[in-house]
Design a protein around this ligand. Sequence first.
Ligand code: 5GP
Length: 205
Amino acid sequence: MTINTGCLFIISAPSGTGKTSLVRALLKTDQNIKLSVSHTSRPPRTEETNGRDYHFVSEEVFRQMLSRGEFLESAEVYGNLYGTSQKWINETMKAGHDILLEIDCQGATQVRKIFPQAVGIFILPPSLEALATRLEARGQDDSEVIQKRLIAASEEVSHICEFDYVIINAELEEAIRDLICIVRAEHLKKERQLANHHALITQLG
Ligand code: 5GP
């Protein structure tokens, strides 16, 4: 028997923690891992591309998709709607790939109910000051939105115990190594190795 379904990873973090840079670096090193591109009703930021960063849709279209059951999970975050395509998940799992979901804690809770084996990874900034500085340096949001994101950060962090791993992103290269190690460790889990190397273990045992 072979476990030909990949691992399902959920990455959550307060906004401004460097999650996107970490995810991009992981995807570069690992061709088998596929990132789910969410649908959102949020308008695109200047550097964002439709289909690469998000599938940008109107709130009306999002709600129609939601009512047709097209999302594995969905949530309202900072007043905008976000959701993970059920169809994409089904197809990507069937193809045997690892899957990465970059979603908030509400979404993580929903996914865990359907896939209890999902591996949760929570990213923390090194300090509250560092988080505020990063949000300001991004220049994406005005000060009111930054304040909202800082308040939301403490709500996100209150869910940390629901996750399996915690990475402190103080130094990007080290945090990338941590993330790669987690993915590798999950592949080496006993259940997966016993199933995938059954013939070898039988021969040797
Ligand atoms: P941003 O608008 O800054 O890209 O993302 C805001 C928050 O929404 C982040 O915490 C991000 O992880 C979360 N998010 C992005 N896509 C999804 C999704 O499909 N589902 C859920 N639940 N959260 C998402």
